[in-house]
Design a protein around this ligand. Structure first.
Ligand code: FAD
Ligand code: NAP
Length: 344
């Protein structure tokens, strides 16, 4: 199919922050030929390029320069490897939550903890999506990419993706790789992951099954997180910082109720707790603010824009730095860049 470019295309309905952004050019990618055609067109006439999934981890400028290519590659395939092991191949444009629900209906388990995360399958490896003790990197075999540097499709193994906490090789080389397919290794044998206390508590008195875990995760998330269909947001705005033992112990003396979890390199602190402790929960200013139930979520209540979100994020980062000596890292991607950090 040939490419259908649209000029000055409104993106307000295509980003969960609900920002009033307009793409200079917008195009939908529905098949592999279109991937190659777009690559060739941009070789001949170079312009900035943004791969767009569900727009749930992006903070867009009012005018988005160049081409916004919305990934709509659809595919679902199951391959039985043994009595219980199943290889699942999904197109990058499939909806993540719908894919998790479909697999559960098929009796294929392993993604229940990742229920209700907005966005597409293709974006999931970009920040190695994670929730309630499971990350996509734990379940992934390989991803198919179109590498713009080489101008060809190839498969990258899980190791080559360099997954870390909300990080991957894709996040570190923005725009270079288009993820076209994701291949997961899942199981027909239930193996619930109940490492997170709120999830265990939500399941108390129930028989633990993948269906029960899925339902509990959906319940918990609906009770804590704003629905982007009602209040614009991009989920957690900051990553949870990790500090070394000494720093943790100093903070613990001053803040005995500090929420922290020991991990390999030190102590992971709940960024939401730090922000809440400084009284930001429910803060409102110029259409943007901090959610009332979850201090880690910045919201657009209407009329907010990229600059206001960047300014609020910077105020919060400064306050957290001053109070706790911690540098918060922003999780969603500013595009084309963070106006307060133009060297981003
Ligand atoms: P987009 O926002 O469209 O894009 C994100 C980035 O990925 C961009 O840089 C884009 O260029 C790139 N990209 C998109 N598609 C591709 C592709 N096919 N190939 C290469 N690059 C691509 N995240 C978590 O990890 N855990 C959570 O629990 C979680 N909860 C959330 C809850 C809410 C209410 C919201 C709004 C967000 C939440 N998120 C969470 C963040 C977000 O949902 C995930 O990061 C999601 O994977 C983004 O998918 P998307 O399709 O919307 O990506
Ligand atoms: P929570 O359960 O109140 O926990 C607070 C923080 O403590 C979480 O961020 C989590 O870190 C950490 N934590 C809790 N139990 C842990 C354990 N047993 N081991 C290690 N770390 C632990 O968190 P929440 O805000 O309600 O979110 C629940 C889950 O959904 C979390 O995993 C969170 O990351 C995920 N989520 C992510 C986004 C996003 O946009 N990225 C948005 C909403 C929810 P981790 O964040 O490292 O898991």
């Amino acid at each position: 199919m040939s490419l259908n470019y649209r000029h000055d295309y409104p993106l307000r309905g295509l980003n969960t922050f609900g920002l009033d952004a307009v793409a200079e050019w917008h195009v939908e990618i529905e098949d592999r030929q279109q991937v190659v055609a777009l690559h060739e067109a941009l070789q001949a006439d170079p312009r900035p390029l943004l791969w767009l999934g569900g727009g749930s981890n992006l903070v867009l400028a009012p005018r988005v320069p160049g081409v916004v290519a919305r990934i709509c590659l659809r595919e679902r395939q199951l391959e039985c490897l043994s009595d219980d092991r199943v290889r699942v191949t999904l197109g990058a444009g499939e909806n993540w939550h719908q894919s998790v629900s479909w697999l559960l209906e098929e009796g294929i388990y392993g993604l229940e903890n990742l229920a209700l995360i907005p966005g597409t399958v293709g974006a999931a490896p970009v920040q190695n999506i994670g929730a309630y003790g499971v990350e996509i990197g734990d379940r992934l075999e390989e991803v198919e990419v179109f590498d713009r540097q080489q101008g060809s499709f190839r498969w990258l193994s899980r190791d080559a993706c360099n997954f870390a906490y909300r990080d991957s090789c894709f996040k570190r080389a923005p725009g270079r790789y288009l993820i076209t397919r994701v291949r997961l290794l899942l199981s027909r044998r239930p193996a619930p992951v109940l490492a997170y206390a709120p999830l265990r508590q939500a399941l108390q008195g129930e028989e633990v099954s993948p269906q029960a875990v899925f339902a509990a995760v959906c319940r918990l998330r609906r009770s804590k997180l704003p629905d982007p269909a009602r209040i614009g947001n991009a989920g957690s705005f900051f990553k949870n910082p990790t500090v070394d033992r000494e720093h943790y112990q100093r903070l613990r003396v001053r803040f005995p109720d500090l929420v922290a979890h020991a991990d390999g390199q030190g102590y992971k602190l709940a960024a939401g707790w730090l922000i809440d402790r400084l009284g930001w929960k429910g803060y409102r200013c110029g259409g943007v603010g901090v959610h009332e139930r979850q201090a880690l979520v910045l919201v657009n209540r209407g009329g907010g824009d990229q600059m206001r979100i960047a300014a609020l994020a910077e105020q919060i980062r400064r306050a957290v730095r001053a109070a706790f000596g911690i540098e918060l890292e922003i999780e969603p991607g500013f595009y084309p860049y963070n106006p307060l950090l133009p060297d981003d």
